[in-house]
Design a protein around this ligand. Structure first.
Ligand code: GBH
Length: 480
């Protein structure tokens, strides 16, 4: 089914238009002023882990370019900015025994500059740059990290919470667990036990998120009055053959294993029965004494359930799923539709309708929570072209599908952050894949940020709503 019709209308008043970044991808200053090393510092300095052996040593030098970044945000005319705090920058060994005040001071200067510019900060506590010292004792596989993360969160709330009213605990626990501790393609690069380690890491990520949420709820909410949640990523999955029930079921499993792994415990309580049953069956069939998926105690289920003030959601693409004979644990494999537009990233194909469908899925599956899209965007690679028509097409169509989710499906949309403010270190792809609204000229040592054409569209056509409001179109679409 094609759905190219543009819907005219507006997001709710107070809708939070934003753009996003992450510490390791932009800050640079990897050893400045007493910062400790993160797992990404170590990973990036290991040969052949990152395309062209790029690293985040300098990145966009945002640590030294607060003023430049504020100018970009002002040019974009967003009133919100999502960035993350580097844990080892403020706690070099990951514990609160030794604080690095200079590092903390950077975030104070950044937040002050944002507030001064009338831009509301949205702060992620963990966007993947774990202190290496904590990885040395097992990282997310070691349950003691739950306490470490709680202490870290406590310090950040205590220090910045008078100024910051929007918190994200953890960005994309799925990627941390699976890429970091399963495939090992991301830091810390662990791939020894791909069937079990991701589930152990995931278990601790959920507990850590919950403890941070409770610290805020118990200790800071009353006096600081902010909101806090987790950001979960998921693709949408369509059945490769929509007339084949096996493929329809496979597509649902893909979403339940990706989004549901973390959303189900936080919103509905515990892992889904679907996930528990499949992993247990597969584990026992392989001769293991018990499931590879750890179990929460009833007290833990209760502690994690409800630790959300909103649903933070990162979304980029759709996949086509089809049934395979449980060769992999989900009994599903994925491909992409060759009619979808390609991007600068192999994994990212343009299918705007999937965005509306997965937003509707969030509403139906997780009790109609307020939704903040905390990332959505597209990449290019190859020669620089500031006339980024693909990005303009992508945002125009994805944002319009989000508008349909809001106006036609009743999804409680509250905000939207474009990934990313500027071209940055795209993890293992280095600087090859560029998601920025601003181009960063890396051959100029001053790393100037130069607006791509999409910058002008973002403000004019999207953040301002759809000025050519046409109620007959709304009426017609409602009747479909
Ligand atoms: C987000 O992850 C991140 O939060 C953000 O930091 C990142 O820059 C942005 O997306 C764009 O990627 O094809 O095997 O190499 C999105 C999840 C994780 C999806 C890595 C693509 C590549 C896996 N991404 N994955 S592979």
């Amino acid at each position: 089914m094609l759905d190219v019709e543009m819907l005219y209308g507006h997001f709710p008043g107070g809708f939070m238009w934003s753009t996003a970044s992450a510490s390791y991808q932009i800050e640079g200053a990897w050893r400045a002023d007493g910062k400790g090393l993160s797992i990404w510092d170590k990973f990036a300095h290991t040969p052949e882990k990152i395309s062209q052996d790029d690293n985040g040593d300098i990145a966009c030098d945002s640590y030294n370019k607060i003023a430049e970044d504020i100018i970009s945000l002002k040019t974009l005319r967003v009133r919100h900015y999502r960035f993350s705090v580097s844990w080892p920058r403020i706690m070099p060994d990951g514990t609160n025994k030794k604080m690095n005040e200079a590092g903390l001071n950077y975030y104070h200067r950044l937040v002050d500059a944002l507030l001064e510019a009338n831009i509301t900060p949205q702060v992620t506590l963990y966007h993947w740059d774990l202190p290496q010292a904590l990885q040395d004792v097992g990282g997310w596989e070691n349950e003691t990290i739950v306490e470490r993360f709680r202490d870290y969160a406590d310090v950040v709330f205590n220090s910045l919470g008078d100024k910051v009213k929007f918190w994200i605990t953890i960005n994309e626990p799925y990627i941390v667990a699976l890429h970091g501790y399963g495939h090992g393609i991301f830091a810390p690069g662990i791939n020894a036990n791909p069937g079990t380690a991701p589930y152990i890491a995931g278990h601790n990520l959920l507990k850590a998120h919950a403890e941070a949420w409770h610290v805020y709820n118990d200790k800071y909410r009353a006096k600081q009055g902010g909101i806090i949640g987790i950001t979960i990523n998921s693709d949408w999955a369509e059945p490769r053959n929509p007339y084949k029930q096996e493929d329809v079921d496979a597509a649902m499993r893909v979403v339940q294993f990706m989004m549901g792994w973390f959303a189900h415990p936080v919103f509905n309580g515990d892992y889904s029965d679907l996930m528990k049953n499949i992993i247990r069956e597969r584990s026992l069939a392989a001769g293991r004494p018990q499931s590879r998926l750890p179990e929460f105690t009833p007290a833990e289920v209760a502690r994690i359930k409800g630790t959300h003030d909103y649903f933070g959601f990162n979304h980029y693409t759709t996949v086509l799923a089809f049934y395979v004979d449980f060769q992999n644990q989900e009994g599903a494999a994925v491909i992409s539709d060759r009619t979808w537009l390609e991007s600068g990233s192999d994994w990212l194909k343009v299918n705007p309708m999937g965005f509306r469908k997965i937003l509707k899925f969030i509403k139906d599956e997780y009790g109609n929570p307020p939704v903040f899209v905390t990332e959505n965007g597209v990449s290019e690679r190859g020669p620089v072209n500031l006339n980024d028509t693909l990005r303009i097409h992508y945002y125009e169509n994805y944002i319009n599908q989000a508008l349909k989710a809001y106006l036609l499906d009743g999804v409680d949309m509250r905000g939207y952050a474009a990934w990313s403010l500027m071209d940055n270190l795209e993890w293992t792809m280095g600087y090859d894949e560029r998601f920025g609204l601003f181009y960063v000229n890396r051959s100029d040592p001053s790393l100037p940020r130069i607006p791509k054409k999409s910058v002008w569209h973002y403000f004019k056509h999207w953040c301002q709503g759809y000025p050519k409001q046409n109620s007959s179109i709304i009426t017609r679409l409602r009747e479909l």
